[in-house]
Design a protein around this ligand. Structure first.
Ligand code: TTP
Ligand code: MG
Ligand code: MG
Length: 400
């Protein structure tokens, strides 16, 4: 599908240091359902819904054909995982209750999800893109951001089409791509011409292409925030852009209000993150039998020390150190408590972690048996920063 000629880039100018970035967002079209259509091509063009359990698996008949379940056969409390565009035309969308979907589209074909296959196609499409443009941020099973700023192909639309072709070649599947100066706008743009669309937008397209859209199209304005905005008479992104900053501050607080203002004006500096940093690392163990905090103290202590040793090893293997150490306990009645402690320096040695976790443990009232114990390291830093003097760290840890 062609992009809007009005927003097409003129013959691409040379990119200087201050030139706008070219950030793509690529999202697979009706992903799980499209993978199912590769397996059952005879269903192409029909409303198909993915959801429900294994019992809805198609049945192979003697003549080699399949007998498919229909939505009207469905009974249960499951929700729609995704649906083909033909099913969407009947009003059936992701997260809708399957019984409700069955009322809207009783004849739609029902297929259970096969996550292993979706993961495999996910790997394939990402590898295909990486062959053309390697600066990729993985955003989940069916979408990625790609930084195309420095790519040799200056014609953005042609580059996007090349990526689409490579994805189709590798998987047989179609995707939609938005290319704009930042992740925020690209995420919106990739949805504008689904399926199979390419949408290239520049900052000057904002008023015409972005401002008319509902505020909830912005990634980060959830249903609750959208509802509160509507309460203030703000429906579209343009209305949000025009809203007085004081009004937003009054209702959303300074931080979120200034973010709302910035995104409504299409501003977003976030880089494409080509390798994901883990946010935290943890180790936990569920005991074979519930352990008593006093009577099984020796065993608990040994397990606790062992978890801390493993956590330290995990951190070092990742080249990380943590400034926050936490614990998690689950009691026999399944009540779960967590405690954590912030440290003056990032740490990754087993002794210091054990010491910090021990301090956390002392803040929990151990009044019943335990079924699970865990330790967690967060606020991760590069291990190179973890150079604190161990003796000083011991002392500061022991300070109340
Ligand atoms: P999406 O990209 O949101 O949806 P989609 O690929 O099915 O359709 P579109 O063409 O609009 O992008 O999600 C990707 C997959 O994630 C989707 O195929 C199934 C799964 N998914 C869920 O399991 N639950 C959900 O609520 C949604 C939205 C998606
Ligand atoms: Mg998708
Ligand atoms: Mg998606």
């Amino acid at each position: 599908m062609a992009s809007d000629p009005v927003s097409d880039p003129a013959p691409a100018p040379a990119r200087g240091a201050c030139a706008p970035r070219r950030i793509a967002h690529l999202d697979m079209d009706a992903f799980f359902a499209s993978v199912e259509l590769l397996r059952y091509p005879e269903l192409r063009g029909q409303p198909v819904v993915v959801g429900g359990r294994h019992r809805w698996q198609p049945e192979r008949l003697a003549d080699g054909s399949w007998r498919f379940a229909r939505l009207r056969d469905y009974a249960g409390r499951g929700v729609v995982t995704t649906s083909t565009y033909e099913a969407r035309a009947l009003g059936v969308f992701s997260a809708m209750g399957m019984m409700k979907a069955a009322r809207l589209a009783p004849d739609a074909i029902l297929l259970p999800a096969r996550f292993e296959a979706y993961r495999e196609y996910s790997r394939r499409f990402k590898a295909a893109v990486a062959g053309i443009a390697p600066l990729i941020e993985d955003r989940g099973i069916d979408e990625i951001y790609i930084d195309l700023s420095g790519h040799a192909q200056a014609d953005t639309e042609a580059l996007a089409r090349e990526i689409q072709d490579a994805v189709r070649e590798a998987t047989g599947l179609s995707c939609s791509i938005g290319v704009t100066p930042n992740k925020l706008l690209s995420k919106i743009a990739s949805e504008l011409r689904k399926p199979g669309g390419i949408t290239v937008l520049h900052m000057h397209d904002l008023p015409v292409r972005i401002w008319p859209l509902p505020a909830a199209r912005i990634n980060g304005i959830g249903p609750k925030a959208a509802e509160r905005l509507r309460g203030l008479g703000i429906h579209s992104i343009g209305e949000l852009a025009a809203a007085p900053p004081e009004l937003l501050q009054e209702h959303f607080g300074r931080g979120y209000a200034s973010w709302l203002h910035a995104v409504a004006h299409g501003r977003d500096d976030r880089p494409v993150q080509t390798h994901s940093e883990p946010k935290s690392v943890s180790r936990e163990t569920t005991f074979e039998r519930d352990l008593h905090p006093r009577r099984d103290r020796a065993e608990l202590s040994r397990l606790f020390t062992e978890l801390c040793r493993q956590l330290a090893e995990d951190l070092r293997r990742k080249g990380c150190a943590a400034r926050t150490i936490g614990i998690k306990l689950r009691f026999e009645d399944f009540r779960t408590v967590t405690r954590d402690l912030s440290l003056p320096h990032p740490v990754n040695d087993a002794r210091t972690i054990r010491e910090a976790a021990g301090q956390c443990l002392r803040r929990v009232e151990l009044d019943r048996r335990l079924r699970l114990l865990g330790v967690r390291a967060a606020a991760l830093h590069d291990a190179a920063e973890a150079g604190g003097d161990p003796a000083a760290m011991q002392l500061s840890l022991l300070d109340p």
